[in-house]
Write a protein that binds this ligand. Structure first.
Ligand code: SF4
Length: 601
């Protein structure tokens, strides 16, 4: 894999045609593009028929069923890519490119990337049963005891491998890290001339939110790249906010493997700032999820029959750079809680008896004091048809001291088993965010009979092998159930965070699958603008339909309700797998560990 990633285009072309010599000659011997298409369809149909016909030539049946199964998927994808319908939809013809490259047309090779060529090398190998996705064969033969012995040896091998991968990770419970963070906390308190009581008071943290680069660089070491990005964010008036508590999770001496995810979460990158600024200049609507067109009344978003989102506050103790609502999340000083808007929104919910579940989010609704958030929760709880109130908050991660006794009482009073569930939906991104303080508040909430679920966004910064699995494992151990893993949105400004869909699918199958079922309860989803969540595990919900010259796959999504209503499809251009692999390679990962990624669709 390393070799392939570092190959020139000319070398990749040779590999491409060697992966399937028949396709090359078929493209060379077709007079027109239309002939090439027909010939390729015939070739693929024939191949597919042989793979699934047990009376076929022995050479097909000799290929292991796992490879044959993969070949079936690759054939399906390749057929999708050469369909005229999909060319029209995407305004691109990969077949035309391949045809021109085979016939050595001028500039043909220049118009495609290495990522494009690697996609087709993988597909051509795949359709021929040569993906090499599995390295060893495992045959269960012999007596029951022999089979059991072989099986347990195999399972031990998996377990050792997983343990080896996870053993390099350290959560905030690690003694050394805990010590370092304690020092950081003392440094922050000294800087603000504050004491332990202040630290335990969430209002103090809200007053001392770090929003300027001077304070930030006084408190932690920043690299030149980070400083440069912060300068741009100041110039372009792009807000950033970090609570003193969250800042204490940084490694004071500078970005390292342990705190990279924590820093990335809150320090806007240069690319992010430039893109947001560009959007502002061009007046581009950053409402990628189309929330404005799913809001029947101010303060409410609705995408499902029974559930609505209620937004009492448009700011958070700290701002996550990749937030899907970055267009409406305001600096905390410029945000107010409007009781009027809430009264009207709650009245709307009361009058709509179809709504049984409300997700109170924002912003982070726990930025509000107990009086205001208590008002919202208590009013919702008075509505007889509301069966569940979910509080979507990140304070467990950004400001755990916010979960005070008075708030626990509000939760407790409104959670009535058999009538109404009240639960917390939180958002841990990385195991480095888990520490003693977190365990303490999680225990308090759980003791009050309230369940906590986690929604994780699968970003570049938690996407390395087993990172997310380790997060799940830790979450479950402290009393939080993994709930969703979200694909990053296709927003231009958050390109730094994006990960190809294939990587999420790979993580699910090759990492999450090895965890006990009770730990991998989260569902990987793609949130379609205006249309709601599509399950990434379901073939029926999406399919790749094109590979563009840049190496980007185009997916066609069918929304969740497509089996009950004739809804519109949604097209999505993904991050090239090649770009992702090059980046992880530059960051010290071995791309060879990810080689099966090309075969996730
Ligand atoms: S806490 Fe939630 S709403 Fe607030 S910035 Fe982060 S992702 Fe967005």
């Amino acid at each position: 894999m390393i070799n392939l990633l570092n190959q020139s285009k000319e070398a990749l072309i040779n590999l491409l045609w060697n992966s399937d010599t028949k396709i090359k000659s078929l493209l060379l011997n077709s007079k027109k593009l239309a002939d090439a298409r027909n010939n390729l369809f015939d070739y693929l149909n024939n191949l597919e028929r042989h793979y699934f016909n047990i009376f076929s030539d022995k050479k097909f049946n000799k290929i292991h069923i796992v490879e044959r199964n993969n070949a079936k998927e690759c054939i399906r994808v390749l057929k999708n890519v050469i369909r005229t319908e999909n060319e029209k939809l995407t305004n691109y013809s990969a077949l035309n490119k391949l045809y021109k490259i085979a016939n050595k047309k001028q500039n043909a090779l220049d118009s495609v990337s290495e990522g494009f060529l690697l996609e087709f090398i993988s597909l051509f190998n795949g359709i021929n049963g040569k993906s090499g996705i599995t390295e060893s064969t495992f045959i269960l033969e012999g007596s029951d005891s022999e089979i059991s012995r072989k099986r347990t040896i195999k399972l031990d091998k998996y377990a050792k491998y997983i343990h080896k991968k996870m053993s390099k990770f350290k959560s905030g419970l690690d003694i050394e890290i805990d010590k370092k963070r304690l020092n950081s906390k003392q440094r922050i308190l000294k800087y603000f001339n504050a004491n332990e009581n202040d630290w335990n008071d969430y209002q103090w943290h809200l007053k001392k939110i770090v929003k300027d680069s001077k304070t930030l660089s006084d408190l932690v070491f920043l690299s030149n790249t980070e400083k440069e990005a912060l300068e741009i964010s100041t110039k372009c008036k792009i807000p950033f906010q970090i609570t003193p508590y969250y800042l204490s999770l940084f490694d004071y001496t500078g970005k390292n493997n342990f705190d990279k995810a924590v820093r990335a979460m809150v320090i806007p990158s240069k690319k992010y700032c430039v893109n947001v600024y560009k959007n502002k200049l061009q007046n581009t609507d950053m409402d990628f999820m189309g929330e404005k067109s799913t809001s029947p009344i101010e303060g409410i978003t609705r995408r499902y029959p029974h559930i609505v989102i209620l937004k009492p506050f448009n700011s958070c103790p700290q701002i996550c750079v990749y937030c899907q609502r970055n267009w409406e999340i305001k600096n905390i000083d410029n945000t107010i809680f409007s009781k009027n808007i809430m009264v009207n929104a709650i009245k709307w919910i009361k009058e709509n008896k179809n709504i049984s579940e409300v997700l109170v989010t924002g912003g982070d609704p726990l930025t509000l004091n107990n009086k205001n958030i208590g008002f919202v929760i208590n009013e919702l709880a008075k509505i007889s048809h509301i069966e569940r109130i979910r509080i979507g908050t990140r304070v467990l991660v950004t400001l755990p001291m916010r979960i005070n006794d008075e708030f626990i009482e509000i939760l407790k009073n409104n959670n009535v088993p058999g009538k109404r569930e009240l639960c917390i939906i939180t958002h841990f991104e990385h195991f480095s965010e888990i520490n003693k303080e977190v365990i303490e508040v999680v225990s308090k909430i759980r003791k009050a009979g309230i369940s906590i679920y986690n929604q994780q966004v699968f970003t570049y910064y938690n996407s390395f092998r087993y990172e997310t699995s380790y997060l799940r494992k830790m979450l479950k151990l402290i009393g939080i159930d993994p709930y969703y893993t979200f694909n990053t949105k296709g927003k231009d400004e958050t390109i730094d965070f994006r990960v190809p869909i294939a990587r999420i699918e790979q993580e699910r199958k090759e990492e999450a699958r090895f965890l006990p079922g009770i730990v991998r309860t989260d569902e990987p989803v793609f949130n379609l603008p205006k249309l709601g969540k599509s399950h990434l595990r379901a073939w029926q919900d999406h399919e790749p339909i094109m590979v563009i010259g840049t190496g980007e796959r185009v997916y066609r999504f069918f929304p969740w309700e497509s089996k009950v209503t004739l809804v519109e499809d949604y097209l999505y251009k993904d991050l090239p797998i090649y770009n992702y692999l090059k980046r992880i390679q530059a960051d010290g990962e071995n791309p060879d560990d990810y080689k099966s990624i090309w075969y996730y669709f």
